[in-house]
Design a protein around this ligand. Sequence first.
Ligand SMILES: Cc1ncc(C[n+]2csc(CCOP(=O)(O)OP(=O)(O)O)c2C)c(N)n1
Ligand SMILES: [Mg+2]
Length: 587
Amino acid sequence: MASTTKPRTAVMQSGSDILVQSLVNHGVDTIFAYPGGASMPLHQSLTVFKDKIRTILPRHEQGGGFAAQGYARSTGRPGVCMATSGPGATNLVTCIADAKLDSIPLVAITGQVKTAVIGTDAFQETPIVEVCRGITKHHYLVTDVKDVTRIMREAFHIATTGRPGPVLIDMPKDVQQAMIVPDYDAPMELPGYHVEDRVARPEQIAQVAAAIKRSKRPVIYAGGGVIMSGASDELRELVKRTGIPVTMTLMGLGAYPNDDPLSLDMLGMHGSVYANYAVDQADLLLAFGVRFDDRVTGKVSEFAKHGKIVHIDIDPSEINKNKEAHIPIVSDIKFALKELNKLVEAPEDLDEWHAQIATWKKSDPFKLGKGKGISSQLAIHELSRLTKDIDTIIAVGVGQHQMWAAQHYQLSRPRTFLSSSGLGTMGFGLPAAMGAKAAHPDKLVIDIDGDGSFVMNIQELATCFCEKLPVKVLLLNNQHLGMVVQWEDRFHAGNRAHTYLGPIDHPEAVGQGDRSAPSSRYPDFVSIAKGFGCGGRYVRERSELEDALKEMIEYDGPYVLDVEVPYQEHVLPMIPAGMTVRDLIKE
Ligand SMILES: Cc1ncc(C[n+]2csc(CCOP(=O)(O)OP(=O)(O)O)c2C)c(N)n1
Ligand SMILES: [Mg+2]
């Protein structure tokens, strides 16, 4: 995407104009930016280029950072966010850490105090490069305006190639204001970074093909890497050619359609019974673009221990990190699967394996929840049904609702399920949905959120309204930090320890209530939504659900559907942390 647009004449430009021109050169069309003293020159420059770049003003820098991620996760293009120095910059820290753990291409730009006062505890000074050293893929403190064009080229290259990740550019105010004749062709200086070599060798591909041919119980374990490398089509082709069933990680959801008979849905702690059984029994595990995360493996030594493991990943540091592979391959997944598809042959006979899987699927499907009201699972199931033929992107918060969304929303395409997976950051859903909506104005974008998570970035309803980003929020409101409640119930004898979200004098605060009466529900999300200019409605009866969901989908503007759901419900199945498939809890 990097172009080499040179100004026709050698004109002087300010550092901030050069930075913004570089964004344009890299194809950036949207930035989420919140101003302050140390970033004002950059914002002034953004107005100069307003025909090329849309600047969206979030209502909190964390909202801007997650919106940039929503843009990146839903498009595959780098997301860009900007904040001022000090508190603005530190408000981006969680987004940067989040992008690092989920390998999201994010370019975060921060204003910094003038170079002359760096290190003096100047007003709004934080050493943000130092703060973020361990959570970026790379980072820059720009001390000379001559370096801006090179740094911008490097930043986009690093963020988007190999294993994608966040790059931080900290730009002091005097560097923003300094004038120079820029060289937009300035070469990159990255002598130690050669990701283009990371492609599987023919003999490695042949080895994988031979292992597949010999296998009797093969399973594909597909992760975020499949989506990042754009290999979803190649994965589908491989399955078509071989008949190998596919399970996906939380980051891999959408890589393979859930409604296909060969889909085993998600695996791991809250994955399907059938996916976890299949991986346990597999004689060949094809691990593509995954990292054997502890939420997937449980006790690592017991995970997939009956078979051979093929591990393909672009990041060499992931290979043999948590689990030793019999066939380790450092490669771009798309390349590897393309090559594999050229020579792969189906295993001799998978009938018995397919029959076994069908039996597991039949006896232990994901369940819709008990009780006579609306369960979270039912609400998601209904949303999935009603949006089946609509081009839809789902974002989620973190908690029970996130896991139920992963289990019950039927996905068919990559980049349609946006989840803070590795860091598990509450507050991700609404801003991520907002960023996705900015990138895809014609798609339906829905944040399936929890009441705890939603409140963490609820201010972004203002951005949704003011910037005309009609995001929908399906709020699964159990009045609790449900996932923590579930762990209290399972591992702490149900003792409530600060997991009720209503006033402390309600009996629920000490675990004494049953189901809150509508009058005691807190806060009033519909009034809040309306206060921000959005539509809103509260539902508690099953009979109203379909009509309310339709109203939300069709509403002309941002909308919050506050659904009362029980807090007594647990996300199942569950393999407790560090345990094995033999410890799987079904009830
Ligand atoms: C920023 C942040 N703080 C704390 C946590 C720990 N945590 C994980 S899930 C959860 C509860 C989430 O509650 P809610 O959003 O209402 O979702 P529910 O589980 O009720 O569906 C908490 C507190 C977290 N993941 N992120
Ligand atoms: Mg909740």
